[in-house]
Design a protein around this ligand. Structure first.
Ligand SMILES: *Cc1c(COP(=O)(O)O)cnc(C)c1O
Length: 407
């Protein structure tokens, strides 16, 4: 009781916009978080796909130390600094998208992408009606007025309407969905190669290819949002690589700067050419501290051997999950995703399982009411994967309702 009061008091001035969490973390060590009572938790949230190298990775620490030692944490975009220029070049080399804009979050990256897409689609003011955006059912692109407008969550949207006008939601799996859209009113089509918040749902390659074909034919920008699924999470540096599709605009953020806030918008030469000085900007974007850390993260993650390990551990995870599924018939309806971005769809609400897992020292996050999302650090060890899956299985058993046990 006393602890509860202390916790309530401690958070008294934090806006009550997030659900109160039971643990107070004081340390991070690789795949583990340690709370104020010294309890250790396997972190299979990675801060929602952010800490891809785990907590306290030496490359991240070194990059932070280098920036602080130089005394150069921020200068604004009035001036040049080395880290941003080098990071832009490295991202361009890895993605094949030669121009890069830096910002401070995923939502900001989507806002910028939408602005650049309008600029490009209007081609010097010749198509004033081209401002609409096609987005997908189940999509999540952020909480700002533009990114929220292309997010398919009525509960997030409705209290804040009117949002940015012109968003149209289509069902990605309906091959005729785009037939009903008038492309002369559309600036962009935005899609996550794997929907994260929407339930860890992969877009089939042929759907990505259909989107590419439709957008190219109609002069609409294809924006791929890899804020969650990009940068190694799925076992390739970029999640869209296996589809063979190249977007006009690509958004990155969550894992980019090892836990520091950073977003990036990558684009083709053509899109970049339509953006003029003064069209957009940010005070903090691409500062030397975050950009230096992002270079260190990218160097680790983009290494072919690192990505091969993510694929191998992804297969290992699949094996564990299929084992649990087989031992508990009817409890796991579907195993989704790729690499180390996985969704486990249960036959019942996940919240008791997530709570039991936390009790057992495994941190999980949901993707909707029936899907557990597994987002371990990409550096997770085989032993930690096995340990986490044991704890997940235990939680599944602990949370089973009597009816489910009978079934
Ligand atoms: C998290 C997320 C965003 C928003 O990022 P923020 O940094 O929270 O603004 C946008 N798109 C996708 C796919 C995301 O997962």
């Amino acid at each position: 009781m006393a602890t509860l009061n202390n916790a309530d008091q401690a958070r008294a001035h934090l806006l009550g916009i997030y659900a109160p969490a039971p643990h107070l973390f004081v340390r991070g060590e690789g795949s583990w978080l340690v709370d104020d009572m010294g309890r250790r938790f396997l972190d299979f949230t990675s801060g929602i796909a952010v800490t891809a190298l785990g907590h306290g990775h030496p490359a991240v620490r070194r990059a932070v130390e280098e920036a602080t030692e130089s005394g150069l944490i921020h200068t604004s975009n009035l001036f040049r600094t080395r880290a941003a220029e080098a990071l832009a070049r490295e991202l361009a080399e890895h993605s094949g998208l030669p121009q890069v804009f830096f910002c401070n979050s995923g939502g900001e990256a989507v806002e910028a992408a939408l602005k650049f897409a309008r600029r490009w689609a209007r081609r010097g003011g010749h198509h004033p009606d081209r401002f609409g955006v096609v987005a997908l059912k189940g999509a999540f692109h952020g909480r700002l007025f533009g990114s929220l407008a292309v997010t398919d969550r009525p509960r997030y949207r409705e209290p804040f309407e009117p949002l940015m006008p012109g968003a149209i939601f289509v069902d990605a799996m309906d091959p005729h969905a785009l037939d009903k859209v008038d492309p002369s009113t559309i600036a962009a089509l935005i899609a996550e190669p794997i929907q994260g918040e929407g339930g860890v749902i992969s877009l089939p390659d042929e759907v990505m290819q259909r989107f590419r074909e439709w957008t190219a034919r109609h002069g609409v920008a294809l924006i791929l949002d890899e804020i969650q699924c990009g940068l190694g999470r799925t076992g390739t540096l970029l999640a869209h690589e296996p589809s063979g599709v190249r977007p006009d605009i690509l958004t990155l953020a969550k894992p980019l700067a090892g836990g520091l806030p950073m977003g990036a918008v990558l684009m083709t030469e053509e899109v970049a050419a339509s953006v003029k000085p003064g069209d957009h900007g940010t005070t903090f974007g691409g500062g030397p501290l975050v950009a230096g850390v992002a270079r260190a993260v990218l160097a680790e993650i983009a290494a072919p051997a690192f990505l091969a390990e993510v694929r191998r551990k992804g297969d290992l995870l699949t094996g564990h999950l299929e084992g649990i599924q087989a031992r508990h018939p009817g409890r796991i309806l579907e195993i989704r995703g790729r690499g180390l971005m996985r969704g486990v769809r249960l036959s019942a609400p996940i919240s008791p399982v997530v709570a039991a897992a936390q009790e057992a020292g495994l941190l999980l996050v949901g993707a909707g009411p029936e899907v557990i999302r597994l987002l371990p650090p990409l550096t997770v060890s085989d032993e930690e994967l096995a340990e986490a899956m044991e704890r997940l299985e235990g939680a599944l058993e602990a949370a089973a309702t009597p009816q489910e046990v009978d079934a």
